[in-house]
Design a protein around this ligand. Structure first.
Ligand code: ADP
Length: 222
């Protein structure tokens, strides 16, 4: 079987920046790997996700519960696995994924009371890896960023790309819930947490990258 390394982080944690730095460095070193990115909005298998985000099942986020929404995202992963990467995974290929089942844990877990989260996390892993048979990651890296700094990064991204943060990203209490859910999930599942901040200030992109790279190297050598 192959290896699967997953990158997770709340919006504005610097995840895209770190994911591309890591893949670039591995490419330069001649490490063979394939990239995966979820959800796959351009594919038919994401139809229910698009309907859900577009409000087809109600504009209130509560109208689709965490278990139902998780299923929409899981189905897209199943289609991706069967159509695109199962054969290579079984041949031993290395995969780097930008989001995975882990995003259900972070985002859907944020919708529930903290005391309900662990039951949901247990169900989620059993569902996607146990019952659906999707590959279980060998390593999950969670980029953790305090929300005050997330806002700084989002403003930077808005300026860089001339776009506006979406309504979810602008909702600070939602971001706070996601961060709390991500931290509980990391402890529950044993994810590696890399902090984007030190003493309340942003760490440099390079410094974060070196920490991520060292963790990934250790996993690849293991
Ligand atoms: P995400 O994918 O988590 O939403 P990005 O990686 O797109 O976040 O980062 C948002 C913006 O913040 C980009 O302009 C990026 O260059 C910048 N950025 C990311 N990490 C840092 C950091 N540690 N220090 C300063 N700027 C950063």
């Amino acid at each position: 079987m192959g290896k699967l390394i997953v990158f997770e982080g709340t919006d504005g944690s610097g995840k895209s920046t770190q994911f591309s730095l890591l893949t670039k460095r591995l490419e330069e070193e001649g490490v063979g790997f394939r990239r995966l990115r979820f959800p796959r909005y351009a594919e038919e298998s994401s139809a229910l996700i698009r309907m859900y985000l577009g409000g087809a099942f109600g504009s209130d986020p509560e109208s689709v519960n965490a278990y139902m929404a998780s299923s929409f995202y899981a189905v897209d992963r199943c289609a991706s696995y069967l159509q695109d990467w199962k054969a290579d995974y079984e041949k031993g290929c290395l995969f780097l994924a930008d989001r995975y089942t882990t995003s259900n844990a972070v985002h859907q877990g944020s919708k529930m009371e903290p005391r309900e989260r662990e039951a949901y996390y247990g169900w989620l892993y059993d569902y996607e890896y146990g019952k659906l048979g999707l590959p279980k990651p060998d390593l999950v890296i969670l980029l953790d960023m305090p929300i005050e700094l997330t806002r700084q990064l989002m403003r930077k991204r808005e300026a860089d790309t001339n776009t506006k943060a979406d309504i979810h990203e602008q909702d600070l209490s939602y971001l706070e819930q996601c961060r709390a859910s991500a931290k509980t999930a990391a402890a529950f599942y044993g994810w590696q947490v890399v902090s984007g901040a030190k003493d309340g200030a942003l760490r440099s992109i390079e410094e974060i990258h070196e920490e991520v790279y060292a963790i990934v190297k250790k996993c690849l050598e293991g």
